[in-house]
Structures are given as C-alpha cells and as structure tokens.
Design a protein around this ligand. Sequence first.
Ligand SMILES: [Zn+2]
Length: 393
Amino acid sequence: MSAATTEQDLTSLDWTRRLIAIDTTSRNSNLELIDLVAEELRRLGVEPLLVPNEEGTKANLFATFPAADGSTEGGIVISGHTDVVPVDGQAWSTDPFTAEVRDGKLYGRGAADMKSYIGAALTLLPRIAEADLTTPVHLALSYDEEIGCVGAGRLVEELERRGIRPEFCIVGEPTSMRVIAEHKSVNVFRATFTGVASHSSLTPDGVNAIHHASRFAVAFADMVDGWRQDGPFDEGYVVPFSTGGVNLVQGGIASNTVPDRCVIEFEFRSVAALDADEVTARVRSTLDEIDARMREENPDAGVALEVVGQVPGLFTEAGSPVLALGAELGGLPSEEKVTYGTEAGQFDGIGIGTIVCGPGDIAQAHTADEWIELEQIAACEAFFDALFARVTA
Ligand SMILES: [Zn+2]
C-alpha cells in the first residue's frame, strides 16, 4: 500500500463516526452520504452506479471491484442501508448525530443499525482496490430501508435490467455476527373506503364507510386467526406461524353522521410455507367483493387498495453455498430465524444467495442512546479480513 493511500485511509471507527454525523433519517435525503462514499470509490478508481428515487432526492449506490482478469461476473455483495429511524421524542443523553465512545461502546443513531457495518466495509475497500482479486467484490447501499425496503426494490430491479448477477450477498443488519438464513416476508397495505355521508337518521341515503371497512377487518382477522390455529407452522421462529392484523383505523366525524371515509392499514408476515402472493390475491378479492357491494349501494362509493410495501421473506435452504460462505468468514452459527424483515429477501429474490450477518444487537436498533460494542466492530473487521482472504485466494 502506498504511503499516500495510507495517509488518507480511515479506520472503521473514523468512517462510522463520519456516517453517523450525516443525518440520514429516512425522511431526509441520503445524498450527502452517497456522495461521500462515491467520492471514496472514485479515489479508489471505481465509478459507482447510482440508482436514484423518482424525485432524485435519494439514491442507491452499487459499485463493483472487478477480479484481476477484469471479470465482474459473480462475486460477493456487501450490502447495507444508509437510512436510520427518527430520534423524535426519544430521550438521548448526547447528540445522536455526534458519535461518542464510552465504556467500550460507540453511541449514536445508526451505530448498530447499521452504519458500523458500512463503516467497516469502507475501511476494507482500499485493500480490495489494491489487491489482485480472484472474485469480484460489490458494495450495495440503499435508501428507505426503514420505511419498507423501498430503495433496495429499485436497486435489484436495476441489477436485473443490467444483467448484474453476483453470486452471494451479505446483508449486515445487526445479528451479533450470527448468520441468519431466514426471515418472514413483510407486507403492508392501506385500504381507503369511500362511502357517502348522510344524516344518521337517513341511513338509506348514505354508504357507511366504517361498516364496509369493518367487514374487511373481520374477514382479515379470520384469515389471520386461521394461520395461528392451523399453521403452516415453523418452529424456527419465536412466533411460529404467519401473523397479521388491521393495525390502524381512521374514519368518521360524529356519531350522528354516516361516515363517508374510512382508511385502514393492515399487514401480514408470512413463513416460507405460506405463499405471500396468494394471500395478497385473497386480500384483493375480498376487497373487490366489498367494493362491488358498496357500488351497488351507490355508484360513487368503493374501496381502493394501496400496497405500501412488500418485502419478500428470506428462505435460504440448509446446505446453500452462501451458508458455507458465512461460516467460512467466521459468522456465528444460528438456528434462529428472525422476526424482522430485511433487504435480504430482495437480493435472494433475483437469485443471489443471501444471508444476514452484521455487527451489533438488533435490541439496540431504533432505541434512544443506540450503541454498539467496539468488540462487535472488531468482530466485523475480522469477518471482512476473512472475506479479503477469500476473494484474494
Ligand atoms: Zn437496519
């Protein structure tokens, strides 16, 4: 490594501090962070691919360090999301966007979820850039993970479109460096029931949006109860069946007025043996029936469904080569399947063998005074050292 390069290279902790200092709460732009990483990549001789959102206010970043023979085929993706959850209403002891080290821990928003992983990855890159790689290494950074894995959806579409097909992907969500092979799908919907208002003494003149929303809520609750009672079951999860619920209702203005509007938000999370597409189709057909019934009452009434977000589950099978890779790099074995969704299902969905493995504990993610143990950052560095050995062997 040249002296000039060494001078400019930062440690994992330096990088993580810089990343935490950029407030990438999902409602904000992430471009300052993306620009910073893009600049570093250009310094290392790699031009990143940027995949912006529709408004151009946020972007995914994808970069490839080719093998020594110039090949960009296959290879390993190091994947992280750039956004963090809000600190609104949380009681922080210190500024969440000024990282602080105390008692062997690094404090700051994103310390665990998941800027330490990205910081460690950025520290690895100068070595990757100078090495003769036998297999390519890719970096993937996304936006809007925390509001439903929105950015990664666009990113994998773009990779597919360009025929970019890495072999493996390691999503560095905080798992305390355990290798996680499965998580449920997450599917979030909003349904807007449009009725017709009238005085509550003249119900035949109105269409009661809340009543129709309730019909759907009951049907959905029955479906959800069925999963709990009859499965399919998967004992690898803390909650060993698919779950769901109508979790938000808004509607009505007064007890003497037939409500002309009711908005509900509902979600379901499915295990591998339950087809999320089939459930989505059942949701649609149930709503279609209600829509028809509402229109019969009054042609101006009806229901509209919006898919807020659908994150596919990660269902990496035992014996998959990516599990062997995770173990080879020092990822800790784990039987546990996690309850939270990640972008891993999206990478897996385009045929990339994917695991979740990263530093820090999910229990610290999203909390006030979010922290990560420095030991976890060191464990991640060791993981990346092993990755370096693997891609240069
Ligand atoms: Zn995360």
